[in-house]
Design a protein around this ligand. Structure first.
Ligand code: F6P
Length: 378
């Protein structure tokens, strides 16, 4: 509902894992929405949870000032699902509550900054009748229908610097150093940082590896006089046997029809995931045994999500944020603002929600790595 003065009133929130560039996007949207279009803006706290509980803060020019370079999100975040949220110890569908809050607050639209899970939440809210828009945020770069996502470039810089630094110890001690890089089930971050940092071996979820092939690459390097290796391992990368177990467990979940079968399949999947959690340490032991070289593991973890966004992410988040303000001003909802080349584009949420953008097997980056002689564990 537009306010009596004819001003649009918009809510904004950040959901899913924090990512560099979130505050730049809030600022980009907010400055354009308030300053250029004369809208009112409120920011819900803690992602979907704050939306359900109607906890928000008014975002004005002062609140948006000085946040461009700050990491994390000034609004805080959570990983809640609007249709299955834990409330008082029970899983509940909170869509009706969100619709009630949206109407009570007189909102004309809601901007959600998030990744794959957020696109699904947004889709559910759009189906419930709300005007929603999403912006693609994640260090994983795995959102469909957009060239890239904000957070990715910064995380790639951090992982690249880590690989650079790990090289020193690897060659000084003649060791194999494995560094585990985030990215969920996609290999973009590991592939990008692996190439940029000159990793000797890059292991991706998209190419289940053979431990023997990895060991052979390392032994070939030793025989050429390079008795150390740096291995960039995606958190989702698995050897062929573990990858097959995971795929089989995933298929069981997809095939399950009854609530009991779904529960059992999900429990099995969680068990498989749990048993594979230490996969990089397992690989380090296997490589040490196969090559005779001492092996060490560094898990980069949340370091990759922290700190100030790089210039590319600030620029991308600002472009997407201001384009979202344009879309709201023109009442274009039910879309994600995507990055396409030099421009932005509105993509229907139905084309984005529930999809994951993996690295295509013949992507140029993979071809480049192959031509460099980088081992991919094939
Ligand atoms: O989606 C971003 C990401 O950092 C992934 O790379 C990783 O798998 C996941 O989030 C970790 O999630 P959480 O913050 O819930 O531990």
């Amino acid at each position: 509902m537009t306010t009596p003065s004819g001003t649009k009133r918009i809510g904004i929130l950040t959901a899913g894992g924090d990512s560099p560039g979130l505050n730049a996007a809030i600022r980009g949207f907010g400055k354009a929405a308030i300053g250029h279009y004369g809208m009112e803006l409120i920011g819900f706290r803690d992602g979907i949870r704050g939306l359900v509980q109607n906890r928000y803060t008014v975002l004005d020019g002062k609140a948006l000032s000085g946040i461009l370079t700050i990491g994390g999100t000034i609004l805080s975040t959570s990983r809640d699902k609007v249709h299955r949220m834990v409330v008082d110890g029970e899983l509940r569908d909170m869509r009706a509550q969100v619709v009630e809050n949206y109407e009570k607050e007189g909102l004309d639209g809601l901007v959600l900054l998030g990744g794959g899970g957020t696109a699904k939440n947004a889709m559910r809210l759009a189906e419930a009748g709300l005007n929603v828009i999403t912006l693609p945020k994640t260090i994983d770069n795995d959102i469909a229908c957009t060239d890239t996502t904000f957070g990715f470039a910064t995380a790639m810089e951090i992982a690249t610097e880590a690989i650079d630094r790990l090289h020193s110890t690897a060659h000084s001690h003649h060791r194999i150093i494995l560094t585990e890089i985030m990215g969920h089930r996609a290999g973009w971050l590991t592939l990008g940082a692996g190439i940029a940092g000159g990793a000797d071996i890059i292991l991706l979820p998209e190419i289940p590896y053979s431990v023997e092939a990895v060991a052979e690459t390392i032994k070939a390097r030793t025989s050429r006089g390079s008795n150390f290796s740096v291995v960039a391992v995606a958190e989702g990368a698995r050897d062929r046997s573990d990858a097959a177990d995971y795929e089989a467990a995933l298929l069981l979940v997809k095939a399950a029809k009854t609530p009991e079968a779904i529960r059992a399949a999900k429990t099995h999947l969680a068990h498989v995931e749990d048993s594979q959690r230490e996969h990089t340490f397992k690989l380090a032991r296997e490589l040490e045994a196969a090559t005779g070289l001492e092996s060490r593991v560094t898990i980069l973890g949340y370091v990759q999500r922290g700190g100030t966004p790089c210039a590319a992410d600030r620029l991308l988040a600002t472009r997407l944020g201001t384009a979202a303000a344009d879309a709201v001003a023109h009442s274009e909802f039910g879309v994600m603002v995507a990055a396409r080349g030099e421009n932005t584009e509105l993509v229907p949420l139905g084309e984005v929600a529930g999809k994951v953008k993996l690295v295509p097997l013949y992507h140029e980056w993979i071809e480049a790595a192959r031509k460099l002689g980088t081992g991919l564990g094939e």
